[in-house]
Design a protein around this ligand. Sequence first.
Ligand SMILES: Cc1ncc(COP(=O)(O)O)c(C=O)c1O
Length: 433
Amino acid sequence: MDSKNTSMMQRDLEVIWHPCTQMKDHETLPLIPIKSGKGVYLYDFEDNAYIDAVSSWWVNLFGHANPAINEKIKAQLDTLEHVLLAGFTHEPAVELAHKLVNITPTALKKVFYVDNGSSAVEAALKMSYHYHLNLGKRKPVFLSLTNSYHGETIGALSVGDVALYKETYEPLLIANIQVAVPKDQSQAAAAEALVTLEKLLKEKSDEIAAFILEPLIQGAGGMHMYHPDYLVGARALTRKYDVHLIADEIMTGFGRTGKMFACEHANISPDFMTLSKGLTGGYLPLSVVMTTDDVYNAFYCDYNEHKAFLHSHSYTGNPLACAAALATLEIFEQNDILGENEKKRQYIKTELEKFKMLKNVKEIRQQGMVTAIELKGYDAKERIGLRLYEYALTQGVLLRPLGHVIYFMPPYIINYEEIDKMVQVAYEGIQQL
Ligand SMILES: Cc1ncc(COP(=O)(O)O)c(C=O)c1O
C-alpha cells in the first residue's frame, strides 16, 4: 500500500479497536483508510475507488454524499443539532414519526425513538415483556428463529443464533427458545416450519412474551431466505397463542426486499417493528420501535413507576438523524425507487446465470435487492470469505462475504455498468478459489 494510506493505517492501529475484527489479522491484512465517498464509490487516500457492494454494512440506500440528503442535514445543523426527547420535542422527530406511521403496516401507530439497531431490539423485547406484566402476566422468555441475528447487546444477542457471536457469552444471556427457520424459500418448507412453531407455542406460550424474527431474509445468518407464507402463519399463530410478533426489519426495511417493508409481502401487521440502517439513508445512527395502540395503552395510566416505560438513550431521536431520514423518505416519495430496483434485481438475476456453471456454487438466492451466492466444498478454517474479500478489493469492489456466502447488497443508485463490474469481480474471485 502507498504512503498516505499506510501512514493513516498505522495511526489508526495505534489507537482504534475495530468492530467484529480479530485485530491481529491486520498484521498482514491492510486496513483501507477511506478519505471520501461519492455515489456507490468509496475512495482511499490515493484515490483508489471501491464499489460499496455491501452498502457499508447494509445502511446506505442512495449513495455516499447524496446531495439531497446532505442539503437537508446541513439545513438542520444550522437550526437544531440536538435536544433531549423527554419533556421536549422537535419538528424532524414529529414529522418523521407521522411519515413512518403512514408507510408501515396499519396497526403500527406509535413510534419509540432509539439510536441503533441493537438498542431498538432491546427496547422492543423490554416493551413486550413489560406489556404482559402490566396486564398481570409474567412471561419472561422470548422465542426466535434458528440462524437469526438481532444485534450484539446482551438481549439482542440472546435472541440471535449465530454461534460465532453468541457462544462465548452464553452464561450472560437472557431466556430464549429457538424454533426452526424454514429450510429454504419454498412454500413446503414454510408449511413444515409452521407445524413446529404451533407445537412449540401450544406447549410454551404461557411463558413466551414475543416471537422475534427477521422477515424473509436472515442477514447475518448468511442471507438465508424463506417464503412469505411463514410470516402469514406466524402472525396467525402468535395472535392465537397470545404472543407478540416482533418484525425486526432493521436490515429488510426501506425497500431491500422489493417492497418498502418485508411484512408487506405477507400483508401482515406485527405488534412491533424495529427499523434502523436504511432509515437515515445510511447517514446517521437512528432507530425506532413501532408499535400498536394496544401496546401503548397498556402503559398509559396515572403515574406509576412500575407501569411506565422508563427506557432512554441520550441521542434518542437526534434531529440531524431525523432530518436525514426525512430526506431519505422524500427520495422514495419523488422517485419510483422500488420499480427501478425491480429492473436491477432482474438484471442481476440474469447476470448470475453463469455462476450456476461454477463447480463450487451450491445455491443462488435472491429477494429484492439482496442476492446471495452460497459456495460449497470448503472448511470454515479456510476462510474463503476473507480470500474473496481481499481479491475483490484489489479489483476495486468491496464485498464482505459471510463465511462461504457471497452477497450483493448495493446502494439502490448503483447503475448497470457498476452492477456488471461487481458481478464480474465476484465471478472471477470464485473461479480463483
Ligand atoms: C436484523 C438485524 N437486527 C439488528 C441488527 C443490529 O443493528 P446494529 O448493528 O445497528 O446494532 C442488525 C445488524 O446487522 C440486523 O441485521
